[in-house]
Design a binder for this molecule. Sequence first.
Ligand code: UD1
Length: 363
Amino acid sequence: MKIVSVVGARPNFMKVAPLMAEMRKFPEIHSLLVHTGQHYDFEMSQVFFQDLEIPKPDIYLAVGSANHAVQTANVMIGFDKVLEDEKPDLVLVVGDVNSTLACALVASKRCIPVAHVEAGLRSFDRTMPEEVNRLLTDQISDLLFVTSSDAIDNLLKEGVDRSKIYLVGNVMIDSLCRSREKALKSDARSRLGLDGQSFAVLTLHRPSNVDDPSRLREIFAAIQEVSRHLKIVFPVHPRTAERIRSLGEASSTASHDIIFTPPMGSIDFLSLLMAATFVMTDSGGLQEETTYLGIPCLTLRENTERPVTVSLGTNTIVGLDPARLIEKTADILAHGRKQTQIPELWDGHASERIVDVLRQKFR
Ligand code: UD1
């Protein structure tokens, strides 16, 4: 049973790491890893291979950055050649980035079964490129592995056959569980001068937040206000770094209470998360990690494709109003953490369930 798994961008690495480790336990599985090269900087790619002990990719497509059409097309051309040469029994894709859709589409056209891990998530906002990637990938997948029951409902409404859908839990949480011990030993906090101090973590990279200069300025004004109460660590995504540079904003925004850092590896970042008072973010995965860790998360978006993190977990959708962000941080600082729950099957064993299904299907 030959399985080609695909990674391309930063959030993919955390999802594929536990799956690769699990697949390697079974001699009947011949597992190959393809890295499309959608993300390529050391801090956006290689550091995760080291931190998460992911085997070196068997094939690297080096597509790099480009607009959506060119990037997606380049992945398709490169990946089609891989399928022609390797003739796998299954292509496994994760998440919702351009590489996910591009590889699923190519496999589907070659009539190779596609498994999609993290299927069925919907923000119902088609201005998000990821929403388009999710919708289309799910339509052409043969096995859909979901993290929560709302995803099953979404897929059924879109006409996906129930027999293709498996509720397995969350591979991001598997990855977090695997990294926890190492994160406890990380010295990231002392390197940033945060020992013994309370601090919040900020991440921002959605085009809807960072590509519009006036929106970015508004967010920074609100963050300045929050930083009067506690330090803020801000690992800056390359897209955001570019936008900040073009605004000429970094120097006016930086104060000794906002610590700008380059993007961080997963171990150092997890060590910060585990000690943070709260998190402000527009990332998808962080909404899940904070829910698992019980850390309040303020999501700087108008919607989420992960509603279970709001209904059960620690997530609050703050929207685009900076005043609401300030109000919510004041609430956390005054009242601390609320009683929340970890969603069903977010227990560190999702990849075992997935590989079990794959082995049964191909037996
Ligand atoms: C991509 C994903 C997004 C995911 C995010 C995580 C899509 C449509 N978007 O967005 O879902 O949440 O990754 O990071 O697939 N760049 C570098 N070095 C790199 C990679 C990118 O400098 O290693 C810069 C380039 O200038 C590039 C920009 O960042 O143009 C954006 O990268 P891109 O992969 O196009 O989209 P992301 O914003 O990273």
